[in-house]
Design a protein around this ligand. Structure first.
Ligand code: GLN
Length: 246
């Protein structure tokens, strides 16, 4: 009798330890904002995109099941910091301010901030943005740069990039600063818009992890390294952003 109780306790303990490995119950939870094609967006009610696919591969390597939680972009870091989710992956740029609250994995992609304007606009570069109204997605690096460079009075914040783009079409604002690949998708989907040729800022995307979870950060970095080395990440990126001339 005693023996079987001891055995039961041991089994319970083992299950608890195993479950503890991946955060909670065999799952890898990821916070994102699924309005950011081609990194994360809905296709037939499913979240797809570069980040979603890379995350899936990381979860596979960790022996965990990926669960994606869609939320506002400005809620992602808080969710990571408080441990509500295991990681944040949202075309998120590594930046000094964010590094104060979370850790970032090694980078897996590059991003460029660009300026979208109406086709008939006289805005040719960032210098022409003075005195204009600039739309951004709230709490993104586009928001931070625009606010630093042009002042709070010139920046209008939207919870989604698509809302900023709509305001640009309507004439409420004069330009939108946003990452280049989503910018291309917005311009494709909306007539009468174009991307200004000069780039606004160059940045690197990485995965945000809680400062209290170095173990997970290490595992993610190891998985990313393997996925880079065997070409998987490039393959996923090329699938969503076909290389030019191919
Ligand atoms: N790369 C930008 C940032 O990290 C935008 C990300 C996003 O809107 N999903 O702030």
């Amino acid at each position: 009798m005693k023996k079987s109780i001891a055995l039961l306790l041991a089994l319970l303990l083992m299950t608890a330890v195993l479950a503890g490995c991946g955060g909670n119950s065999g799952k890898l939870t990821m916070a994102t904002n699924a309005a950011f094609e081609p990194y994360e967006y809905y296709e037939n009610e499913k979240i797809v995109g570069i980040d979603a696919e890379i995350a899936e591969k990381i979860a596979d390597k960790l022996g965990l099941e990926l669960e994606i939680r869609d939320m506002e972009f400005n809620s992602i870091l808080g969710a990571v910091q408080t441990g509500t989710v295991d990681m944040g992956m949202a075309g998120m740029t590594v930046d000094e301010e964010r590094l104060k609250s979370v850790n970032f994995s090694d980078t897996y992609a590059n991003g460029i901030q660009v300026i979208i304007v109406r086709e008939d606009s006289d805005i040719k570069s960032a210098d022409d943005l003075k005195d204009k109204q600039i739309g951004v997605q709230d709490a993104t690096t586009g928001d931070v740069f625009a606010t630093d460079d042009f002042g709070d009075d010139h920046v209008k914040r939207y919870s989604k990039g698509s809302d900023a783009v709509l305001a640009l079409k309507n004439g409420t604002i004069d330009a939108v600063i946003i990452d280049n690949e989503p910018a291309k998708a917005f311009v494709r989907a909306n007539e009468g818009l174009k991307i200004v040729e000069t780039e606004y800022a160059n940045e690197e995307y990485a995965i945000a992890v809680s400062k209290d979870n170095d173990e997970l950060l290490e595992k993610i970095n190891k998985a990313l390294k393997e996925l880079k080395e065997d070409g998987t990440i490039q393959e996923i990126i090329d699938k969503y952003i076909p290389p030019e001339g191919k």
